[in-house]
Design a protein around this ligand. Structure first.
Ligand code: ADP
Length: 477
């Protein structure tokens, strides 16, 4: 059995702003189910919800700050959660990273440096918990200084650093190194300095014993200039210590057979029942109820990463095709406005809901025929996996986790029952349009379509496989 300290700045259902929370909610649980002793450490944000008793563990003095460590438990699991309580830093209302205007909190370097220092105290068994982890597993930039600080300790446990998205790096002006008392040995271009800035993510990329990212394809992509944000050289240098492990999905929460958020449960054997969800979805969006017209869906953050501009460029032509399109998302105001305008013009073919709405996300997965996910980059992506489980065939760009989880419908993959969706290469509207046309052709062949749906619904995206990969990695260190 391994003792694993899992360092993360968010974890579903305690607190979620993005995909990191999904992984941090699921992976420790899956490891615990493989009989491992996992403890999570996370800042006690104002918005963080607890589901079990919270008890005081100890007070620590670090960097002239008095911090309390509390303990609770993840719901429905053995996983213990260490909460870092320091109200000046984490007790403010709102988002953990940004203020109400969307600007980073001005003291983020200090806030997450303190988080890292406390994680190191726990990791070195200096917090009086009488628990010495065998592995310290850090996630994204907020925990990046942990491997860096561990490198200055005597006999530290091995560390793993997981990149969930290279686009977020924790870059701060050089002056911040004084505010956080950064040990001088770490401040150089082969350390945490990045073009005279302090880079939290480099702390993980340079000093962790092993680096992982959330899909094998993304692990290769980030070693190239298009995806590496200037860190591709460092990642190439560390390529022997860099692996991609695909995320799982919560197969209980996303289960068409037993989903309380959809009107008509169904499974591969009873696929005809999916039809009721489609009518419900059409009614919800005030579109004509029509069983035969292919219904496209999209759920996601409306940002450049997700290829929303490609869709906007395609829409004039898409609106001439025999299809309907429903979209749920929020993000850049300009995208929201443009999508809404087009939907207003073609109200009998397209509808948009701006906002975050989990029940509606489930209804779209259950009711749509096709799911659009033309991301410019996608470290792993979840919706393409949910879609397959719901027999809603995804159209994806061949990048990151999308490339690793969707098998393009081609004559030979249809014949050998491996096809699960539609894949296109270039990040261009014309490539996407071609994939949409190919999808419409396939949809018109009811038998072939049903076969691809059956393949997609059979695919295994459970966490158990991924957790076993992580465990193998821990054992190898
Ligand atoms: P990312 O982490 O880049 O946003 P992922 O596909 O990995 O993308 O995960 C996004 C998660 O958030 C999915 O579970 C998706 O269903 C959910 N989601 C995104 N936008 C919305 C929304 N507007 N309403 C409901 N759920 C959403």
């Amino acid at each position: 059995m391994k003792k694993i300290l899992f360092v993360t700045s968010e974890a579903h259902p305690l607190l979620k702003t993005g995909g990191l929370a999904d992984v941090s909610g699921s992976l420790p649980k899956a490891l615990a189910e493989l009989s491992q002793d996992v403890r999570l450490i996370i800042p006690k944000y104002h918005a963080l919800k607890t589901f079990n008793d919270v008890r005081f563990l100890c007070s620590l003095r670090v960097d002239n700050r008095q911090v309390d460590l509390l303990e609770t438990q993840m719901p429905d699991s053995e996983v213990k959660v260490l909460l870092l309580d320091y109200p000046d830093f984490y007790g403010r209302p709102g988002n953990p990273y940004v203020d109400a205007d969307g600007d980073s909190w001005p003291d983020n370097a200090e806030r997450f440096a303190l988080f890292c220092r406390i994680a190191v105290e726990v990791g070195m068994d200096r917090a009086g918990l009488d628990w010495q982890p065998d592995i310290i597993h850090c996630n994204d930039w907020q925990s990046g200084l942990v491997p860096a600080l561990l490198s200055l300790e005597e006999n530290p446990p091995p560390s793993v650093f997981t990149i969930h998205n290279m686009a977020y790096q924790g870059l701060f002006p050089a002056e911040s190194i004084r505010g956080i008392n950064l040990p001088g040995q770490l401040w150089h271009p082969d350390g945490v300095e990045f073009h005279q800035m302090l880079s939290f993510i480099k702390g993980g990329l340079v000093y962790a014993d092993h680096i992982t990212t959330v899909s094998p394809t993304y692990a290769l992509e980030i070693q190239t200039p298009a995806f590496g944000y200037g860190l591709e050289g460092l990642l190439q240098h560390r390529k022997d210590d860099l692996t991609g492990i695909i995320n799982g999905i919560d197969i209980d929460l996303w289960n068409p057979q037993d989903d309380p958020l959809i009107p008509q449960p169904y499974q591969a054997k009873t696929l005809a029942k999916k039809q009721s969800n489609k009518s419900e979805l059409q009614q919800h969006f005030a579109l004509p109820v029509d069983a035969d017209v292919p219904l496209f869906g999209l759920i996601g953050r409306l940002v450049d990463q997700k290829g929303i501009d490609l869709i906007i460029d395609c829409l004039p032509e898409m609106m001439t095709m025999p299809l309907q399109f429903v979209l749920l998302g929020a993000g850049e105001k300009d995208y929201e406005r443009r999508l809404q305008n087009i939907a207003d013009l073609f109200a009998d073919k397209m509808a948009v809901t701006v906002g975050y709405n989990e029940p509606l996300a489930h209804l779209i997965e259950a009711g749509a025929d096709v799911f659009l996910m033309p991301s410019r980059f996608e470290p792993c992506g979840l919706n393409q996996m949910y879609s397959q489980r719901y027999g809603t065939l995804p159209i994806v760009r061949k990048t990151g986790g999308l490339a690793d989880t969707v098998v393009d419908a081609l004559p030979h993959t249809i014949a050998d029952n491996t096809a699960t969706g539609f894949v296109f290469n270039d990040a261009s509207a014309s490539s996407l349009l071609e994939a949409i046309k190919r999808t419409l052709m396939a949809y018109s062949d009811k038998k072939a379509w049903a076969k691809i749906q059956a393949n997609a619904m059979k695919a295994d995206f459970s966490w158990q496989y991924s957790a076993e990969q992580y465990l193998k990695l821990y054992r190898s260190l």
